[in-house]
Structures are given as C-alpha cells and as structure tokens.
Design a protein around this ligand. Structure first.
Ligand code: SF4
Length: 368
C-alpha cells in the first residue's frame, strides 16, 4: 500500500503530532528535522509497542533528543475528559482535542465470554470526524454538523487512551463512531496502517471494520488499493425512495450505484460485506423488505446486521426524524426469522451502552 504524504496542515500547525505516522512517514518527518532515521523506528516502537506516552520516559533516546522532540512534537493527540460505564460493561469516552473540539469513542465488550468470564471480544468504536455532514435522519451525530476531520494521530490515540481503561487488550475496531470515515480517507488509512502493523500488535486487518453510509469513490478506492479490512454499508432501506428519506447521501449515490461499487470491492478483495440495517416501525420492516434485502444479500457474500433503532429524543428531532419509531420486539423477531428463511446470514447488533447514550447512532456528545 502506498503511504499517503504528510498533509501541509500538519507541517504548520503548532507542535506536530508524534502519533499517527506510519513508520516510513515518521522517518521522513524526522529526516526533515535533521534527526537520524533509525530514531523514528525507536520512537514508533515506544509509542505503539511499549505504549509510552511521555517523551521523557523514552529512555532509548538520548536526553537532548528527548528535549528536541518535546519542543517540536506533542505525544498526546486526544485528552480524556470523562469515562461513563454502562451496566452492561460498555464504556463511553469523551475526549477533547487541541482546538477545544470534543469527540466520543465507545468500548463494547462482547456478550460471548471465555471460560474465565472475560468477554471474548472488546470492540472499540472509533470516531473519524468532529460531527458529520451527511445528515442521516436517525443519527444523533448528524445534529452536530461537521466541524473538521480528525488527524490520524487523533484516531490512533482514541485506541491508546481507551486501552488504558480496558483490563484486557482491545481485540476489534470499527470506524463507526462520529463521522463518515470515507470522507477522511487518508487519515483513516494512515491510522489503519498503524493498527494493522503486526509490530504494534494492536488489531488485525480482519478485526478492523470500516462502515460507510455509501460514499462510492471511497468504496472504489478501497477496492483499487486491495485493502483487506472489512467493509460495512449502512444500508437501512431496500428501496431508493426510503433510503433517500433516511439518508440524504442516497441522492448523490443511488442504491444501484452503491451495490455496483460493493460488487467491485468484493471482486477485488474476496471479502464478504456487512449490511447494517436499522429496523424502523412500518418503514423498512415489511415482507417486501425481507424479500428485497435477502435478494440484495445474494449478489455477493454478505452478512446482515439487524439493529434496533435507539431513539434520539435527547437531540429534539423534528420533521421526518421525529416520526421514526423502533420496530416492536415481536415484529423484530419475525423480520429476523423471515430473513433466515430466505437464506440470509443474519446477525443482531445488541443495544450495548443504551443507558449511557452510547448505543449505535447515539453519539452526540454529552453537552447536548
Ligand atoms: S450515521 Fe454515520 S454517516 Fe450518517 S450522519 Fe451519523 S455519523 Fe454521519
């Protein structure tokens, strides 16, 4: 994979972030400052292998270099403000950024447990933007609008900071927090290079999922680059009309175009794709939806993640958003059963973190 170049903004803005550079980019950054290349590898290992957050604690470096680095770089990209813990063990982290912006990440333990009672998986849901400008009607983040993209350092540091609050290693990451990851592609991929680097022992590519609302150029770029991470589509409708009602982005990239792009991604990577499908009462939970959804899922290997709608009344929705209601539990179960009858591979996304507004689609910052 070719390494994205260092963005101009990061060269000029205050002390440069030390985190977020794949090792080759960090070497370039150091060489530009007259620092020997091999020091970049030492710093990279200190940050991601030993997980040291303070330059003065990187004892492999001579004192004068520690001093130079601490003047020219900052190690901390996000600052933890609060951690809220749900009754089900889900943790929601509120981070502040250098410009006063705030973001959230959510650490979700799986319901499956090992013999020692520990969850089998610990998944970190990572934010990629401050807010989001895609305006999905069911999403609390949409009410914040887009403030800016996160840097790769801010993306990686969510993991490093959250890891300190997890008894066991984080096993999976999903780019499914605040923002549309495809609209911050380069930073997300720089961070992914670090996460997936065997040397850092953070998260394997097969345990890294990027979820998109359907940004077709991003899907095609993933296909072109042969990225082997997992891809999920926020689908939520089986017709163009309902999808446009729920997700304005559907007007820009209609469903057939998105499906063609996904097929191209599958042909390039041979990786199955996940459809995320939130069930809304009376809107997308009919027999016809079951049939259409199962047909779409047969086009390439697909898993369908059916998700309960978590109401976002705390954002005071209006218009169409205010009419959205969750499908009642018996109809939810009927929908799952019918999909399975149609031969679909169906998973249910749990409502982890509901009591702390950390469930799917609820990230909107506690200041609201
Ligand atoms: S669901 Fe995702 S893409 Fe849609 S508004 Fe929310 S954060 Fe943005």
């Amino acid at each position: 994979m070719s390494l994205p170049s260092i963005p101009q903004r990061d060269r000029v803005k205050g002390p440069t972030e030390l985190k977020g550079w794949p090792v080759a980019a960090l070497e370039t950054l150091f060489e530009e400052r007259g620092i020997r290349k091999y020091r970049a590898r030492q710093v990279y290992d200190a940050l991601y292998v030993q997980r040291i957050n303070d330059m003065h604690a990187m004892h492999v470096l001579p004192a004068d270099l520690q001093q130079q680095l601490s003047t020219e770089f900052r190690t901390q990209s996000v600052e933890l403000q609060t951690v809220q813990e749900s009754s089900d063990g889900t943790k929601k982290f509120l981070f502040s950024l250098w410009d006063g912006a705030t973001i959230e990440s959510v650490l979700i333990p799986s319901e499956l447990v090992e013999a020692d009672g520990q969850p089998r998986r610990r998944t970190l849901c990572i934010s990629t933007q401050v807010g989001c400008n895609l305006g999905c009607e069911f999403c609390a983040t949409a009410t914040l609008n887009l403030k800016r993209n996160l840097s790769s350092g801010e993306i990686v540091d969510q993991f490093l900071q959250a890891q300190r609050h997890s008894e066991k290693p984080i096993t999976n990451i999903v780019y499914m927090g605040m923002g549309e990851p495809m609209n911050n592609y380069d930073a997300v991929m720089r961070a992914t290079t670090i996460f997936n680097d065997q040397r850092t022992n953070m998260v394997a590519p097969r345990r890294t999922t990027l979820s998109t609302a359907g940004v077709v150029p991003g899907i095609l770029r993933l296909a072109e680059e042969g990225q082997i991470i997992k891809l999920a589509l926020s689908l939520h409708a089986t017709t163009q009309g309902v999808r446009e009602q729920l997700m304005p982005i559907a007007k820009r990239w209609p469903l057939p175009v998105v499906m063609d792009a996904l097929e191209q991604y599958y042909r390039a990577t041979r990786k199955s794709i996940t459809f995320e499908y939130i069930l809304f009462d009376g809107l997308n939970d009919t027999e016809q939806d079951v049939v259409r959804l199962a047909r779409m899922a047969r086009r390439f290997p697909t898993k369908i993640n059916v998700i309960p709608f978590h109401e976002i009344d705390f954002t005071h929705p209006s218009g169409f958003a205010a009419t959205l209601r969750p499908t009642p539990p018996d109809r939810f179960q009927w929908f799952l059963d019918r999909l399975r009858e149609e031969g679909a591979h169906v998973l249910i996304r749990s409502s982890s973190g509901l009591d702390i507004d950390a469930a799917c689609g609820q990230l909107a910052l506690s200041e609201l």
